[in-house]
Design a protein around this ligand. Structure first.
Ligand code: DGL
Length: 254
């Protein structure tokens, strides 16, 4: 393993770019290889076995390119496959992302907390275990949001269509103190979400925590890139490359 190698960042599409933004800030000298599996998005409405197979295929393809760490910047893929990936690649630094429920419970003790995520993330055992740790001290509402990823993938994160979908989605729930954005696509719809819920509801996600954990793991393994190295991002996609690059660059702010 080599300090100059890429850190691979993987998601079903452009969602992981919300995590990549934090990674680039936390690790400015690193070279990132971002892979969006757009041809197979969305993952969140597939079965666990399908998502597990897609995640393994992406991980293998990225590991073959000579990377020093893999960030699974997708809550759905993390819940389907992270434990098996770590078993299959014991020497690789593999970081996953999970809904930032701990952060929300720490900030709003006893609060009403919504967790918005894909149907798969919310039905998986990994989330059940996470929820068990906090559901005695807080009121937790699971809010699956099918359809939202597709709108974000088509460049409509901040649009009347997204507002309409969210209005219907949040209608059955009581007023929340905080909403955990448990899918890496959702931070891109933050404006729409706040328009519908009101500015008083805090929106929390795991992007910053994941970037800090990646930095910590690289430091621990003495694999941080030399400070003199110029960091950059390489974008790859299994879908329409031009369309993917256009949207990814816009979301990355580059
Ligand atoms: N961005 C992914 C996540 O964090 C999943 C989106 C999808 O359904 O493909 O869960």
């Amino acid at each position: 393993m080599n300090k100059e190698n890429y850190i691979a960042v993987f998601d079903s599409g452009v969602g992981g770019i919300s995590v990549l933004r934090h990674l680039v800030k936390a690790l400015p000298s690193e070279r990132f290889l971002y892979f969006g599996d757009s041809a197979n998005a969305p993952y969140g409405t597939k079965t666990k076995e399908q998502v597990r197979a897609l995640t393994f295929a992406a991980a293998e393809m990225l590991i073959k390119q000579g990377i020093k760490a893999l960030v699974v910047a997708c809550n759905t893929a993390t819940s389907a496959a992270i434990e098996d990936l770590r078993k299959a690649y014991p020497k690789m630094i593999i970081i996953g992302i999970e809904p930032a429920l701990k952060l929300a419970a720490d900030k709003f003790p006893g609060g009403k907390l919504g967790v918005m995520a894909t149907p798969m993330t919310l039905r998986e055992e990994k989330f059940a275990r996470l929820m068990e740790r906090f559901d005695e001290s807080c009121d937790i509402f699971k809010i699956p949001a099918p359809g939202l990823v597709e709108l974000i993938e088509s460049g409509k994160a901040d649009s009347p269509e997204t507002d309409a979908l969210l209005r219907e989605l949040f209608d059955p729930y009581p007023e929340l103190d905080a909403l955990v954005l448990g899918c890496t696509h959702y931070p891109f719809a933050a404006k729409s979400i706040s328009r519908v819920l009101g500015d008083g509801v805090a929106l929390l996600d795991g992007g910053d925590g994941t970037a800090r954990e990646t930095r910590r793991r690289l430091e621990e393994a003495d694999l941080l890139a030399p400070a003199s190295q110029e960091g950059y991002v390489l974008l790859q996609s299994s879908g329409n490359t031009e369309q993917f690059k256009f949207l990814a660059q816009k979301l990355l702010d580059k």
